[in-house]
Design a protein around this ligand. Structure first.
Ligand SMILES: [Zn+2]
Ligand SMILES: [Zn+2]
Length: 397
């Protein structure tokens, strides 16, 4: 009896208490572990179903593609895409011309849409506002470039498509029904700027505006040359005219002369393979914006510059160009480059374009015609930018 009461019973009680404590600790641990994981999982996976057109391989052929956009974070804006311009770099990207394409690839970085959802901390825009998204959707926000509103030169720049986002996913562009982006990378759309006409400004506009401004080509009374009269070139002419310059277009396409002067607003036109015309224009230009995205010789163009003149490359040929050093040294000329623009400058450019009526010439197409448009773009058969009517013609399959 004493053995049971003095030894076995206390011992059994201790074992029982120990088992209970152990079980409740295990339960508590499981509970604590389970709750946060479950909540995080729910938050991270509450994504939005998206639909667009993607290239699957270097053939560049685009076809319907289902994917998802990230959940709208507290600083995020979700947009229903209305229009998206077709940039020449979309063509390079779908065909992997630069060797950096990640498939499936949804191109498009000239996006105009309407806000459908905002995160709790968004202050810049509200649901129902018209907005734009250009070439960038992210950057570190802390480096020298970022703090000086030059996010486009941030080493951790995240491009609107074909970039790796902070969460490890690949970014998809505007050939799609919805977009999600941090409000910092959203452009407020001016009321008087028609979205289907203004869309190309988000890349072609900011690229040429920023180059003209940075290299000092924005002063009235200068004589500016624009090489190539495509998507970038025709917008460069319009901005340079709005800044008060005399503008000469230098092009290989004789057929574009009448239109360049009568429709786009250039003052003069030089056919680059006509030696007499080139000779007559020698030493006449203060600055040149070269928009040609294909391989071409730059020495004949440099000869058009006055001494101390600057030539700025904004097209992106896939092969390096030859640099004629003697021509640069002799006239103390500068050959520079410029890549799109920061967010502050892009907003400034859009507002300037709306105020001064700088409107791209566009051909609006339906989503189903995008592959044909890409083929025409490759041949230079567009006056002067294709814009896809995403809002009305992108049909979910
Ligand atoms: Zn572009
Ligand atoms: Zn940065």
């Amino acid at each position: 009896m004493s053995l049971i009461s003095d030894f076995i019973l206390p011992c059994a009680r201790k074992i029982y208490t120990l088992i209970l404590t152990l079980l409740s600790s295990l339960l508590l641990m499981a509970k604590n572990r389970k709750r946060p994981i479950c909540e995080v999982a729910v938050m991270e996976h509450r994504t939005a179903n998206a639909f667009g057109w993607a290239a699957r391989d270097p053939s560049g052929v685009l076809s319907p593609f289902k994917f998802s956009r990230r959940a709208t974070r507290e600083h995020d804006v979700q947009i229903k895409v209305l229009y998206c311009g077709i940039c020449h770099s979309d063509l390079h990207a779908v065909k992997n011309d630069w060797g950096i394409s990640k498939y499936p690839l949804v191109p498009g970085h000239e996006i105009v849409g309407v806000v459908t959802r905002v995160g709790s901390k968004v202050r810049k825009v509200k649901v129902g506002d018209k907005v734009g998204v250009g070439c960038l959707v992210g950057s570190c926000r802390e480096c020298d470039q970022c703090v000086n509103n030059l996010e486009n030169y941030c080493p951790q720049l995240i491009l609107t498509y074909n970039s790796i986002d902070t969460d490890g996913t690949i970014t998809y562009g505007g050939y799609s029904n919805i977009m999600v982006a941090d409000e910092h990378f959203i452009i407020r759309w001016p009321e008087n700027l028609p979205p289907h006409v203004g869309a190309p400004l988000l890349c072609a506009g900011t690229t040429t505006y920023s180059a003209l401004r940075y290299y000092g080509f924005d002063k009235p009374g200068l004589h500016i040359g624009v090489v190539g009269l495509g998507g970038l070139g025709h917008v460069a002419v319009k901005f340079a005219k709005a800044f008060g310059s005399k503008v000469t277009v230098i092009s290989t396409s004789v057929g574009k002369k009448k239109e360049a002067i009568e429709t786009i607003g250039a003052d003069a036109f030089v056919v680059s393979h006509e030696p007499e015309e080139m000779q007559a224009a020698t030493g006449s230009l203060d600055g040149i914006i070269d928009t040609v995205p294909a391989h071409h010789p730059i020495e004949p163009l440099l000869s058009l510059l006055k001494p101390h003149g600057k030539m700025v490359m904004v097209g992106a040929p896939t092969k390096p160009l030859e640099l004629p050093v003697l021509s640069i040294i002799m006239g103390r000329r500068t050959v520079g480059g410029s890549m799109i623009g920061g967010l502050k400058e892009t907003q400034e450019m859009i507002d300037f374009a709306a105020e001064h009526n700088v409107l791209p010439n566009v051909e609006v197409i339906s989503m189903n015609d995008v592959n044909e448009a890409m083929e025409r773009l490759e041949k230079g058969d567009v006056r002067y930018r294709f814009v896809i009517d995403i809002g009305n013609t992108l049909k979910q399959e």
